[in-house]
Design a protein around this ligand. Structure first.
Ligand SMILES: [Fe+2]
Length: 281
């Protein structure tokens, strides 16, 4: 493999959900994920814990305004901006108040906005009520080849796994920007849309504890528990009042930069080795 892109390593740091009823989402996440709430502007709330944070703003339901990836080195951030500029990608100001001046944003081929920046030293060092680090975000798309061209070739994510149908056409691709199996993934579907966001926990017993927690709130599990083939992670998903899917995950696979991507067949067993799967196509 080539030298890593200046992107490497980067982690998903925060994002913004839009909602026509943002207050209902704020209340759901305050309880459901044990987050504290802070007003961050007009019709904008920051919900945050020690290892998970995101904004909730007013806008069209089930849309994400942007996804923000954290880098730890301003020199690499500058190099990434140069790499993108040289590739003809339009660089815009960051819409996020959480990263410093050097942060910037770009738009992917589906119009989804990505922010890159170096976060300030966080003042928050406390423990979350239950473990769960904001870890990956996933979108559906009609054109996976175009997504691969942008995320792998231009941004420099490494492809970890591909899922292909019987005609060898891509139906899902998992991309990593550090040694965790994916920080971003895309599924082929009939439209471009938000798919899900995931919190990575410290182990299987956390899946049990989160299940008990959502049970006590009368929030039913929507899919799972199960184990994904790509990423080998244990998981379940719940839905918020708008229908946005949140995944609780454990044991996500570690893949060094130079480990080759693998290919899986498009079938339920790939997406859930324990049984039924949510098939986007
Ligand atoms: Fe996931």
């Amino acid at each position: 493999m080539d030298e890593p892109s200046p992107l490497w390593p980067a982690t998903l740091h925060h994002f913004q959900f839009n909602s026509e009823n943002p207050q209902a989402l704020v209340e759901f996440y305050e309880q459901g994920l044990g987050l504290s709430v802070r007003e961050a502007g007009h019709d904008l709330w920051l919900v945050e814990g020690a290892e998970r944070r995101f904004f909730i703003g007013r806008g069209r339901n089930e849309t994400v305004a942007y996804s923000a990836f954290a880098m730890d080195d301003p020199i690499r951030l500058e190099a990434l901006q140069r790499r993108l500029s040289d590739a003809g990608v339009t660089i815009e100001a960051s819409p996020s108040p959480l990263f410093g001046n050097a942060s910037f944003s770009v738009t992917d081929p589906d119009g989804q906005r990505l922010v890159f920046g170096v976060p300030p030293e966080s003042a928050r060092k406390g423990r979350d009520t239950l473990p769960g680090r904001l870890q990956h975000i996933v979108f559906a798309t009609t054109d996976l080849d175009r997504i691969v061209a942008f995320y792998e070739q231009i941004l420099g994510f490494a492809v970890s796994d591909r899922v292909v149908d019987e005609n060898d056409r891509l139906t899902a691709v998992f991309f990593r920007s550090d040694e965790e199996h994916h920080t971003y993934a895309a599924f082929k579907s009939d439209g471009a849309r938000f798919d899900h966001v995931a919190l990575e926990t410290s182990g299987w017993t956390d899946i049990r504890d989160w299940g008990d927690h959502f049970g006590s709130l009368r929030v039913p599990l929507w899919w799972g528990p199960g184990r994904h083939g790509p990423g080998n992670n244990l998981f379940f998903m719940v839905r918020d009042p708008d229908g946005n899917r949140v995944e609780i995950s454990a044991e996500l696979e570690i893949m060094p930069y130079d480990m080759a991507a693998r290919t899986w067949p498009h079938e339920e067993h790939t997406l859930n080795m324990w049984g039924q799967a949510w098939m986007r196509s």
